[in-house]
Design a protein around this ligand. Structure first.
Ligand SMILES: Cc1cc2nc3c(=O)[nH]c(=O)nc-3n(C[C@H](O)[C@H](O)[C@H](O)COP(=O)(O)OP(=O)(O)OC[C@H]3O[C@@H](n4cnc5c(N)ncnc54)[C@H](O)[C@@H]3O)c2cc1C
Length: 383
C-alpha cells in the first residue's frame, strides 16, 4: 500500500491546515460558547470545495479522492471537531450515499446543492428506540398513490437544524425486518417535517444535534434513494465510509492535544525546570505520539481502500474507527494530565478536546459495535 501522498493531496492538506489555523482554531472556543458554527464560515469552507470533496465537478464538488477528503477533515478537526463534524456529515453521511446510489437526476437535484454548500444535508437513522440495532427502526413509509407518507421521529441528528435536506430511513413493512427499510430523500420544507428538541451535549457544543419529526410527510416515488427495501445497503455502506471520517476526526483532536501538551510541557516550570524534563511527562508525550501514528496508518489505509474502490473495506474502516476514537480519548486524557489543574479549566483548549473526543467512540457505531463488526468479518474470513 502506497502512503506517499500525491501533489494534489498534499496541496489540499496544506491549504486546509493553513485555513483552519487562521480561520477556525482562534475562534473554536467562541463557537463552542455560542453553541453554533457561523454560517459565513461554512460558506467559506464551501467556497474552498470542502463540502463536496469527493463529488465530481459535474455535481458541484471538488472531484478529489477519499484520502484527500480524510486529510482535509483531519486538519479541520485539529482546529474544531464541531466544524469537522458538520463537514463530515455533509460529505459522507449525506453525500456519499447519493454519489453511490443516486440517479443522475437525484445527483443534480439533491447532491449538487449540498456539495456546493448551498443546501446542507443530514442523515437520519437513529430513533428513540433504535440506535445500535438501527434496522429495528419504527419510522414508517406507507404507500400512497405514486408516493409514500412518512411518520416517525429521529434522534441525535447532526446538522438537523442547519440542513435543508435529509436522508430518512423508514420501514415500508416492519415484519420484513431490515428488508423493509428504505432510504428517502426529503426536503426539510416539506409540510409535516420539523426540527424537534435541540440536544444539550457534553461536548461538540458548536455542532447542531436535533430531534427530527415527521408527521404525514408526503414524498414522491423518485425520492427513494436506492431500491425499495434496500435501505439497509444504503445505511450500512454509508457507515463504513463515515467511520473513516470519525477516525480522521479523532486523529485531528489527538494531534491538537499533542501540540498543546508539548508546548505547555516546555513552558510550565516546576521544581526549577520545565515539566518536559521529567521522564513521567516525556513518557506520556511519547505514548501520545506513537498512538497517533498507529491510528493514522489505520485511517489512511481504510481511506485508500475506499478510494481504490476495489471491494469492501468494512473491517478496515471499523478497525480505524475503533482504534482512533479510543486512542483520541487516551491522548486527550494524557494532555489534561500534562496540563495539571489548568487542563480542567476552560481557559485552555484541552478541556474542549477532552469533551469532544468522548463522542467519537459513541457515534457512527459504538466501540462495542465496531468490535462486533470486526469479529464478524474475521470469522467470515476463516469459515
Ligand atoms: C453527538 C452525536 C451525534 C450523532 N449524530 C447522528 C446523526 O447525524 N444521525 C444519526 O442517525 N445518528 C446520530 N447519532 C446517534 C449515534 O449514532 C447513536 O447514539 C449510536 O449509534 C449508539 O446508539 P444509542 O445511543 O441508541 O446506544 P444503544 O444502542 O442503546 O447502546 C447502549 C450501549 O449498549 C451497547 N450495545 C448495544 N448493542 C450491543 C451489542 N449487540 N453488543 C454489545 N454492546 C451493545 C452499546 O455499545 C452501548 O454501550 C449521534 C450521536 C451523538 C452522540
Amino acid at each position: 500500500m502506497d502512503f506517499n501522498l500525491t501533489d494534489e493531496q498534499k496541496a489540499l492538506r496544506d491549504m486546509v491546515r493553513d485555513f483552519a489555523a487562521k480561520e477556525i482554531a482562534p475562534r473554536a472556543q467562541a463557537f463552542d460558547e455560542q453553541g453554533a458554527i457561523p454560517k459565513a464560515l461554512l460558506d467559506q469552507m464551501a467556497g474552498l470545495g470542502l463540502m463536496g470533496i469527493c463529488v465530481p465537478s459535474e455535481y458541484g464538488g471538488a472531484g478529489m479522492d477519499y484520502l484527500a477528503y480524510i486529510l482535509a477533515l483531519e486538519e479541520v478537526c485539529r482546529a474544531s471537531a464541531s466544524v469537522g463534524l458538520a463537514m463530515t456529515v455533509n460529505n459522507t453521511l449525506y453525500g456519499d450515499p447519493l454519489l453511490r446510489f443516486g440517479t443522475h437526476e437525484q445527483k443534480l437535484s439533491w447532491l449538487a446543492p449540498a456539495a456546493r454548500g448551498e443546501r446542507l444535508g443530514c442523515y437520519c437513522l437513529t430513533e428513540p428506540g433504535s440506535g445500535s440495532d438501527a434496522m429495528a427502526l419504527s419510522t414508517t413509509a406507507v404507500k400512497d398513490g405514486d408516493g409514500y407518507v412518512l411518520n416517525g421521529s429521529k434522534l441525535f441528528i447532526t446538522n438537523g437544524a442547519i440542513s435543508s435536506q435529509a436522508i430518512i430511513f423508514a420501514t415500508i413493512d416492519k415484519s420484513k425486518g431490515h428488508k423493509g427499510v428504505t432510504a428517502f430523500l426529503v426536503d426539510k420544507a416539506t409540510p409535516g417535517f420539523s426540527v424537534g428538541k435541540k440536544e444539550r451535549k457534553m461536548g461538540l457544543l458548536a455542532s447542531d444535534t436535533c430531534e427530527m419529526i415527521l408527521e404525514n410527510v408526503r414524498v414522491r416515488a423518485d425520492q427513494v434513494l436506492g431500491k425499495v427495501g434496500e435501505g439497509y445497503k444504503v445505511a450500512f455502506s454509508t457507515l463504513d465510509a463515515g467511520r473513516i471520517g470519525i477516525a480522521a476526526q479523532s486523529l485531528g483532536i489527538a494531534e491538537a492535544c499533542l501540540d498543546a501538551a508539548t508546548a505547555y510541557a516546555k513552558r510550565r516550570f516546576q521544581f526549577g525546570k520545565p515539566i518536559a524534563e521529567f521522564q513521567a511527562i516525556q513518557w506520556m508525550l511519547a505514548d501520545m505520539a506513537t498512538e497517533i501514528e498507529a491510528a493514522r496508518l489505520l485511517t489512511y489505509r481504510a481511506a485508500l481502500l475506499k478510494a481504490e474502490g476495489q471491494g469492501r473495506y468494512t473491517r478496515e474502516a471499523s478497525m480505524a474507527k475503533l482504534y482512533a476514537s479510543e486512542m483520541g480519548n487516551r491522548v486527550a486524557s494524557h494532555a489534561m494530565q500534562i496540563y495539571g489543574g489548568s487542563g480542567y479549566m476552560k481557559d485552555y483548549p484541552v478541556e474542549r478536546y477532552f469533551r469532544d473526543a468522548r463522542a467519537t467512540p459513541l457515534y457512527e457505531g459504538t466501540s462495542e459495535i465496531q468490535r462486533l463488526v470486526i469479529a464478524r468479518e474475521l470469522l467470515k474470513e476463516t469459515a
